[in-house]
Ligand binder design. Structure first.
Ligand code: C5P
Length: 223
């Protein structure tokens, strides 16, 4: 089998990571959650009171940040920031509310993109994010772009948060998704956009299983 890079981009809360994770597991591929990397950087910035507009401070902080992934005993990939498991912390609203501002910073992006390219060098990977098919791996063999109706996305995200013991108002979830989409699509540095050769998957009316099947089917046609 040929090893390929699968780039899965799209708006916030469309089911990218759920789909990418499961498709990667079926294909025996590695899954890289690039959003988790930006979330971990955001957590570090928040905890260390890094001033986002101070380039020197940002650069200094980035030198001290090491984000990595480890698979736990339940076969779930977890995110580590400087050796500390931050998987739970990075999914909280506090991080969601600040991550798009942090990920719009040029220096943050170049540091993360460099690391993502290293992680995907050997191929056989599924990466999900916002700029994978356009910037990180513009030559990816399979590019997908996920979208879904706002309300469906918000309900799904709210349920996901609830499963993690976080009760968040639907309005707050909608506001956060809309705000992130706006910042992500309008930023100067590698804004979120659909690559010309990406295949669109609208997840509004389909189940997770159907999403995964579709990704696996498309991947197999390239392998
Ligand atoms: O994928 P997730 O929703 O966890 O990503 C969190 C945020 O990280 C996004 O809203 C976006 O601001 C940023 N991000 C990015 N580029 C990526 C992945 C995520 O800018 N490749």
């Amino acid at each position: 089998f040929k090893k390929i890079v699968i780039a899965l981009d799209g708006y916030s809360a469309c089911g990218k990571s759920t789909t990418a994770k499961q498709a990667a597991s079926i294909l025996g591929y590695r899954y890289i959650d690039t959003g988790a990397m930006y979330r971990a950087v955001t957590l570090y910035f928040l905890e260390n009171h890094v001033a986002l507009t101070n380039q020197r401070e940002v650069e200094k902080a980035l030198v001290n940040i090491n984000v990595s992934f480890k698979v736990n005993s339940k076969n779930v990939t977890e995110t580590f920031l400087n050796g500390l498991n931050v998987e739970k912390e990075i999914r909280k609203m506090r991080v969601s509310e600040n991550v798009s501002q942090v990920s719009a910073i040029k220096e943050v992006r170049s540091a993360m993109v460099e690391q993502q390219r290293k992680m995907g060098k050997e191929k056989a990977v599924v990466l999900d994010g916002r700029d994978i098919g356009t910037v990180v791996f513009p030559n990816a063999e399979l590019k997908l772009f996920m979208t879904a109706d706002m309300l469906v996305r918000a309900f799904r995200r709210q349920k996901e948060l609830l499963e993690k013991d976080q009760l968040v108002d639907l309005d707050e979830v909608i506001q956060n998704i809309q705000q992130r989409d706006k910042i992500d699509t309008t930023r100067a540095e590698s804004p979120l956009r659909q690559a010309d050769d990406a295949i669109v998957i609208d997840t509004t009316h389909i189940t997770v299983e159907e999403q995964v099947d579709e990704v696996v089917r498309l991947a197999l046609s390239k392998i």
